[in-house]
Design a protein around this ligand. Sequence first.
Ligand code: SF4
Ligand code: ZN
Length: 301
Amino acid sequence: MRCRKCSAKAIIRLPRHNTAFCPACFSEYVTDQIERAIKSDRMFGRDEGVAVAVSGGKDSLVLWEILSRLGYRTLGLHIDLGIGEYSERSRKKVEAFAAGRGLPFVVHSLREEHGAGLSEIAEGLRRPPCSACGVVKRYNMNAIAFQHGMPVVATGHNLDDEAARLLGNVLHWQEDYLDKQSPVLPNSHPKLVRKVKPLYRLAEREIAAWAVLQKIDYIVDECPNSQGSKMLLYKDALNRLEAASPGTKHQFYFQFLDRQKTRAQAAPAEPDLRECASCGQPSTAEVCGYCKLVGTLKVLQ
Ligand code: SF4
Ligand code: ZN
């Protein structure tokens, strides 16, 4: 197998693009896809700081690596969810990655803030862990990025993540969620930062291959709470479709994005946001979801 660009020995085949690359051309392809996403979707400019939400997994560390290599001013942002050994090892990966490159980062620890990890919090609140996790991550990523003067938060969601999420939303006709499934979510309040997904043009296996080639030391294990999740089921279904018909994931998600542009023009205005009476962060209700969660937790303790 030869590289389609330079004819050197290829190390990866990309059936969805009907191509193959050698290590150098593959690295260029990955970087180009990220730059293309940033520029064509106007995610952020050279003069803006970017907070990168880093879990310690391959996607977010690859994103951080490439953004810093491209010369963007980045701040790593890690939420330590306090999920036993998994969180300890994830945090260590982030700390070692940042220390090895001299990159600035912030760690926000749930256990230090609330005296309990995510699983205990979710159990106390009788909520599924992933639902409590969503509230915790969304709130803290925005609040911490804002506190550090970062106008943008970039996450490591890739094409597989977005296609699987789209499949889940379509299967349940969750149209409100469809409106939020864009690679760029503009800030609709002065205290909200822009959310962007610069990896949405890249498949998970492409990112994993790049991480291995570049010797990025990431946590391979998945969060224990992801076992049996619907998202893994949707990813599995899409992987089977992709194997039988390369390009399925790409077409599914990118054709949705094309249609979404028309939907967005006809969409109703965003709900009015006010400031949470407790913490001052933007909220649709008098008290934001995070403060309600924390308030219930205090009552239970
Ligand atoms: Fe959070 Fe783990 Fe659920 Fe992911 S799988 S949303 S990290 S609790
Ligand atoms: Zn609040």
